[in-house]
Design a protein around this ligand. Sequence first.
Ligand code: AMP
Length: 396
Amino acid sequence: MDILVINCGSSSLKYQLLNMDNETFLARGLCERIGIDGRLKHERGTEEFVLDAPMPDHAAAIKIVLEALLSKEHGVISSLSEITAVGHRVVHGGEFFSDSVLIDDAVEKAIEACFDMAPLHNPPNLIGIHACQQNLPGVPQVAVFDTAFHQTMPKKAYLYAISHALYETHKIRRYGFHGTSHKYVSMKAAEELGRPYNEMKIITCHLGNGASVCAVDRGHSVDTSMGFTPIEGLIMGTRTGDIDVAIVTYLMEKENLSAQQVLDLFNKKSGMLGLSGVSSDFRDIFQARQDGNAYADDALEAYYYRVASYIGRYAAAMNGVDVIVFTAGLGENSALLREKVCDYLGYLGVKVNPEKNAQRGKSMDFSADGARVRTMMIPTNEELVIARDTKAIISR
Ligand code: AMP
């Protein structure tokens, strides 16, 4: 059973084709500059090819992806009928979806109803769904939401302290994101430790360009650091994370900015980029700190501190923690980051084995002997979760 996974951005489209009989990856790629000119980067195994082709819209991009998958030279299927279903990453499911769903008209309407809450993500996600319906008529399409895993959060964790009327009218509450990643790595941690998922207290740290921490209590997300939108919580590549909202009006007045301009500033020019003045990419910031840049040092120290503070908070929320998992670009690749965050956590019973922590690539438990709380690095695989959910739904 081959399942195509689609992740649509405003001018890009990521895809992956997986054989779900044995959970192997067949091909993947990225369409960029959709609506501008168009470029496809397609990978099959270790081979990669790049094709410049006009992509006036997402439907045209999907057509080119399907041609690449069918191509004699670079393809992996001989007929479109080999694609059993398509799984779509959809960022915001609001309070409508606590699980993945088969897409029909009502689901499309609900995705549309969340446009205002995720204006950069949900509209292209829906465009991607329509493009696949157009190019693969009759093939079942499934939506997998970034927010769904967190719908188990209790009220005390998701309510903001605003009037109940504002929550009811505008659905202003905490939703959380990166749900597929938190779900995948928390399940994988339990599996690798050989312990029952529904008996464990797990804290997952998805630390990439966007970043969030999640408290997974016996298989359920009970709190997470992102909120109504992905700006809340940790310091990120370009986002502030938690910030006093009064700074918005203060800056509007002092810098003569509109509300939208302040929000853009907080989303796109803040975080590690703003603090370090160097880059949003940690590799550049580590280098700058080595070169003696004091702002880079401040930025990194603030980053570690914020992550460790959230871990402490979630250990308290769950009245304990069995395992802390690091994942995504930075969490997977930076031993230094893991070590620095764990340095704060000795009181919980965290102890790191530096040699194990220095390893790269595959999942690992890098705890020292005698550690009361395990620490693990697990590469995330959001596409696999999307494909698994898609398979489960169409097999019902
Ligand atoms: P993601 O959003 O998960 O793709 O993560 C992207 C981020 O991971 C980049 O912006 C980098 O800051 C970080 N990253 C990736 N590779 C490394 C590495 N080898 N060392 C440190 N940070 C890295």
